[in-house]
Design a protein around this ligand. Structure first.
Ligand SMILES: [Mg+2]
Length: 124
């Protein structure tokens, strides 16, 4: 079973993402702030990380950079999971080197397709 780490401080978004991923047969790890996210990534080496950008401690870009900066977690795929939609935000996220982008509110098809693609799974 593949494991996906969700780093998200909004309870509703967390619940929805968790419910979808569990229903699709993935194991889910959860962090509600950036530092816990970095630590869980290091501890469990999940197959994919969904990273919110606006978080209560370090932001998602900083958390991403810590994950990338540690050789133990540098190769984990990390997708920005964010409501930020300005061109500026998108380019900041792109420049940071995230592997993908998932917008909020969650669109079920986009969400599942992106997760599968990031995991290297073919659509059924
Ligand atoms: Mg947030």
């Amino acid at each position: 079973m593949k494991t996906i780490l969700i780093v998200e401080d909004n309870e509703k978004n967390m619940k929805l993402a968790r419910d979808i991923l569990r229903a699709k047969g993935y194991a889910v790890l959860e962090a509600v702030n950036g530092l816990d996210g970095v630590n869980l990534a290091l501890e469990h080496r999940p197959d994919l990380v969904l990273m919110d950008i606006q978080l209560p401690d370090i932001n998602g870009i900083q958390a991403f950079e810590r994950i990338r900066g540690n050789p133990a977690t540098a190769k984990l795929p990390v997708v920005a999971f964010t409501a930020s939609v300005t061109v500026n935000d998108r380019s900041r996220i792109g420049e940071a080197g995230f592997d993908g982008f998932l917008s909020k509110p969650i669109n079920l098809k986009e969400f599942v397709d992106t997760v599968r693609r990031m995991l290297g799974e073919d659509a059924p």
